[in-house]
Design a protein around this ligand. Structure first.
Ligand SMILES: [Mg+2]
Length: 257
């Protein structure tokens, strides 16, 4: 596999683009003296869904379908109306679950079990990402608005389950999800990590705001989503995204550590 890397600045954040070429020419990754500088980082925090696996593989699409199914079943709304309600809850409360808990008093365990009951066959072991994460020095943690069971299933499926010391899930943060600052303050206090020695990776730019506010180095995995469903707008996150990449594996291989 050939990986071409282009590094350039844009605005107030460094921009890192990595694009895979279709043939098998020699790897052209930037060397350790020229990649983004992460030598200060000793705690690596990764979002799960759409960050550690391909956002276009259909896995998270299944979860979104199940969220809509749950809302439709619970409210009795037609599916398109349930979808609109689900998106509204997401925008106003951070997650559909948080909105359903606040407005309808649903039981979180039942919801989480339902929406994460999905087919993981689109996923397979990712040797390149495994190698990239393995080289990161210090502690590695998953930080997800999903549940621990789902995270463990995903990590096992892609072959990364042995690489993380902890999984911070929606229960860890008391059902107050990212991007709420309280979620980050909870995990920082519980883990004792130094935010200025931490880096956070997430495909949703708004999830990086509070992390940057605490002093973490932030990396936005740009999956090409335009967030046209009313989700977080990238422009609102200017100044809070230190690095941007569309290829997490190449990025991790290229950084200086
Ligand atoms: Mg995500």
């Amino acid at each position: 596999m050939c990986v071409n890397v282009v590094l350039r600045g844009r605005g107030d954040r460094a921009m890192f683009r990595a694009m895979r070429a279709p043939d098998t020419a020699q790897d052209t990754l930037a060397g350790p003296d020229s990649g983004p500088d992460f030598r200060h980082v000793r705690h690596w925090i990764f979002d799960l869904d759409n960050t550690l696996y391909d956002a276009h593989c259909g896995v998270f699409a299944q979860i979104e379908q199940r969220m809509t199914d749950y809302v439709a079943n619970f409210t009795g709304l037609a599916r398109d109306e349930a979808r609109a309600l689900q998106k509204s809850l997401y925008r106003q409360h951070g997650t559909t679950l948080n909105g359903m808990m606040k407005l309808h008093g649903i039981a979180p365990d039942e919801y989480l079990n339902f929406v994460h009951d999905i087919d993981l066959s689109p996923l397979s072991p990712d040797a390149a990402l495994t190698a990239a994460v393995t080289r990161l020095p210090g502690q590695r943690t998953i930080f997800t608005n999903g549940c621990r069971h789902h995270a463990a299933r995903i990590l096992s499926r892609i072959g990364l389950d042995h690489l993380f010391e902890a999984i911070w899930d929606i229960r860890t943060i008391g059902f107050t999800p990212k991007p709420n600052a309280a979620a980050y303050e909870t995990v920082v206090a519980a883990s004792g990590l130094a935010p200025d020695a931490a880096a956070m990776f997430d495909d949703i730019p708004h999830n990086l705001l509070a992390a940057r506010g605490l002093g973490m180095t932030t990396v936005w995995l740009n999956t090409g989503s335009d967030f046209s469903d009313g989700g977080p707008q990238v422009a609102a996150c200017n100044g809070h995204i230190d690095h941007e990449t569309d290829n997490l594996t190449a990025f991790l291989h290229a950084i200086r550590i």
